[in-house]
Design a protein around this ligand. Structure first.
Ligand code: AMP
Length: 192
């Protein structure tokens, strides 16, 4: 299996690039933010639980996210591979992901990290706000909170994959197709 962690701050382009990566490599997309928004839309208990955290730009507790991802992995063990998008966001989640995959004799093939300056992230998120309908894209304070949470809680996750020699960074500023080409050359190196 080809199992990829697509990493980067909010607004880095993970969603956009994920769609293209899935098409090219036929992977199952596990995007925890999308899954939470779906639960929210359905009014499920999980959605209600996540809503307060999401509205404030905070992380949903690890055990909730990890349980949701575990269910998705188990449902798709016959897949060609997974792309994890917006997960793991804490070291605890990264450890849990390694353990969950290990139970099925699977591993992460590599991490692709999109690097984008903070000022550019703000511009992109505000642009996305015009069409996304996302509450957390609409206001400056929430955007700042999400970037702050990323720096404090999520950026250390890169170190977890550096220790395993699985970290690959890509400049996330440029045209969508140029960035995608860089991503595919990294992913193709995983398959060796
Ligand atoms: P995203 O669509 O990835 O920007 O995620 C939107 C929101 O969902 C985040 O601001 C968090 O509140 C929540 N969320 C998504 N993924 C995770 C995760 N891996 N851990 C904790 N919270 C998450």
């Amino acid at each position: 299996m080809l199992n990829i962690v697509l990493f980067g701050p909010p607004g880095a382009g993970k969603g956009t690039q994920s769609e293209k990566i899935i098409d090219r490599y036929t992977l199952v997309h596990i995007a925890t933010g999308d899954l939470f928004r779906r639960h929210l839309g359905e009014g499920s208990e999980l959605g209600k639980l996540a809503q307060g955290f999401m509205d404030e730009g905070k992380l949903v507790p690890d055990e909730v996210v990890i349980g949701m991802v575990e269910d998705k992995i188990k449902e798709n063990l016959d897949a060609k591979g997974f792309i994890f998008d917006g997960f793991p966001r804490t070291i605890n989640q990264a450890d849990a992901l390694d353990n969950m995959l290990n139970e099925h004799q699977l591993i992460i093939s590599g991490m692709v990290a999109l690097v984008v300056p903070h000022e550019e992230l703000r511009v992109r998120i505000k642009e996305r706000a015009k069409t996304s309908g996302r509450v957390d894209d609409q206001d400056d304070k929430k955007i700042s909170k999400r970037i702050e949470v990323y720096e404090e809680e999520t950026s250390p996750v890169a170190g977890h994959y550096k220790e395993q020699a699985k970290y690959n960074s890509i400049n996330g500023v440029g045209s969508i197709s140029d960035i995608f080409n860089q991503i595919t050359s990294v992913i193709d190196s995983f398959k060796d």
